[in-house]
Design a binder for this molecule. Structure first.
Ligand code: TRP
Ligand code: ZN
Length: 483
């Protein structure tokens, strides 16, 4: 794997240029819109971003994707990807133009409803101008043919995502913005869709993705793997792992298909933990309610292949064998994150607070520390043994991360879990269990934000006053006073 360490000043310059180009383009577009539209109806272009408070350019306005049909061909030797994306969407306004997000790669053609469309690009925005206008409510299909070498995206926090080259192939990770590195789309968690992904790779390699494997066929030295995801999926939890894997298909006692793909070098160290998947799933269903998807599993790559685990839908990705808590964390995200998906990246603590709390509950119920003990250790500052960041947890409130570079910091994870523990203390164990299941059920396969969460809790326990928890633990700056 080749990974060059970023040089800070050069990166800063590149970032400034990258930022300046779309800004200039946006200004120009604005001026043109003004002059073209003097005296005419409101502009019919879909917005170029969804104004997410942390990633404002991600996603696009004016339509809602229902299905992605991706046909890809990848050559790992040259890191060359050829793709056709067929995007089915419904217009939510009249449209004479709309955007897709796509970073890098070369666009060869775009059609809308089978008719060639004009397009232009500025930064990550691929603007499509269909031949005829699209009417509000209309369902339309856009086909984008593209190719090139997909790239890695460096997050504001310095971590890497997008298209990662691995020892034996590639690994696509998408949180928060990486999926635009390998296919065009409406890359924001608020627009979930179903997927079909057919990937062709040189014979001998495998391609593992979300959902269920529907077909595998080899012709002339190339193998095509066809994956189908029937439930809505946010693009940041789509994945594609290409390389040599030992794969195993089985089912849980309850009949749920389990598909695991493990890099051969990780087979031995991960055997025991992966054998726990059925047990973790049974525990999770008892605790969080019915599993929202039609298969489960895991992808284990080499430790160097990625910097973190990710809850990719159905099948989380782990760089090396995970410990049991990490497996529990990523499987809990299937309920909290993948089924109940944040409305914007500000609501990230709804993902990470719940997934972290799932680890605490698992430990509590399996002979480890109780959630109360973990909460106390965090509060008292003797939780982190090998890190010096006991104080980092108080650096900002979970409900309002202090910038895009901080959405994966410990206030979002551990302090987010502490918010849930404060609620548990107030309502008691029985009502808290109702909350875990009820919240997952109320927004199943949908989106939710923090206001909806606090309203949900208040309705669940109408006699309690939660203002102190919201004010101090969820939104308050600094360390809350000892209760
Ligand atoms: N959300 C992932 C998890 O909890 C971890 C993760 C994704 C992450 N991207 C990151 C952690 C960037 C740090 C930095 O499993
Ligand atoms: Zn997580």
């Amino acid at each position: 794997m080749s990974r060059s360490a970023p040089v800070v000043p050069a990166t800063a310059v590149v970032r400034a240029v990258v930022r300046a180009v779309p800004r200039a383009a946006a200004l120009l577009a604005f001026v043109l819109t003004l002059s073209a539209c003097a005296g005419c109806d409101a502009a019919k272009s879909g917005a170029t971003g969804l104004r997410d408070p942390y990633f404002p350019k991600m996603g696009n306005g004016g339509y809602d994707v229902t299905h992605y049909g991706l046909t890809l061909d990848y050559d790992p030797d040259g890191n060359h990807l050829r793709g056709t994306a067929v995007i089915t969407a419904r217009a939510t306004q009249d449209l004479d133009a709309f955007d897709l997000d796509l970073k890098g790669l070369h666009v060869k053609s775009v059609t809308v409803e089978g008719t060639k469309a004009r397009w232009d690009r500025a930064g990550q925005e691929l603007t499509v101008h269909p031949k005829g206008d699209l009417d509000k409510g209309e369902t339309f299909r856009t086909t984008v043919r593209y190719s090139g070498s997909p790239g890695t995206i460096t997050d504001p926090d310095g971590s890497e995502e997008g298209w990662l080259r691995t020892g034996d192939g590639a690994l696509a990770l998408g949180e928060p913005t990486g999926s635009m590195a390998w296919y065009p789309g409406n890359h924001h968690p608020s627009d979930k869709a179903t997927y079909d992904l057919a990937v062709t790779v040189p014979e001998g390699l495998q391609a593992v993705s979300n959902g269920e494997l529907k077909n595998e066929s080899t012709r002339k030295g190339h193998t095509t793997f066809a994956w189908h995801t029937a439930e809505p999926m946010a693009s940041y939890v789509t994945t594609l792992a290409i390389g040599t894997y030992r794969t195993e298909a089985s089912t849980t006692d309850g009949g749920l298909p389990v598909y695991v793909a493990v890099d051969p070098s990780q087979a031995k160290p991960s055997r025991k933990v992966l054998a726990k998947i059925p047990e973790v799933m049974t525990w999770a269903e008892e605790t969080f309610g019915p599993y929202p998807f039609s298969s489960t599993g895991a992808i284990v790559d080499r430790p160097d292949d990625a910097e973190y685990a990710l809850e990719t839908q159905n099948r989380p990705v782990f760089p090396g064998a995970p410990d049991t808590e990490t497996l529990v964390h990523e499987l809990a995200h299937q309920w909290y994150g993948n089924s109940v998906t944040p409305r914007t990246w500000r609501d990230m603590w709804l993902n990470e607070g719940f997934a972290t709390y799932a680890e605490w509950l698992w430990q509590e119920e399996h002979g480890g520390e109780t959630a109360q003990e973990i909460f106390d250790a965090l509060y008292d500052g003797d939780y982190y043994q090998d890190r010096t960041d006991d104080e980092d947890i108080w650096s900002f409130p979970p409900g309002k991360p202090s910038g895009a570079a901080h959405i994966s910091d410990s206030p979002v994870y551990e302090r987010g879990a502490m918010v849930l523990h404060k609620i548990r203390q107030k309502v008691g164990d029985d009502t808290f269990r109702e909350l875990l299941r009820g919240w997952a059920t109320a927004h199943r396969h949908a989106n939710a934000d923090t206001d909806e969460f606090t309203a949900y809790v208040e309705k669940l326990a109408p006699d309690e006053d939660f203002d102190g928890i919201w004010d101090e633990w969820l939104y308050g700056e600094g360390k809350p006073a000892k209760p």
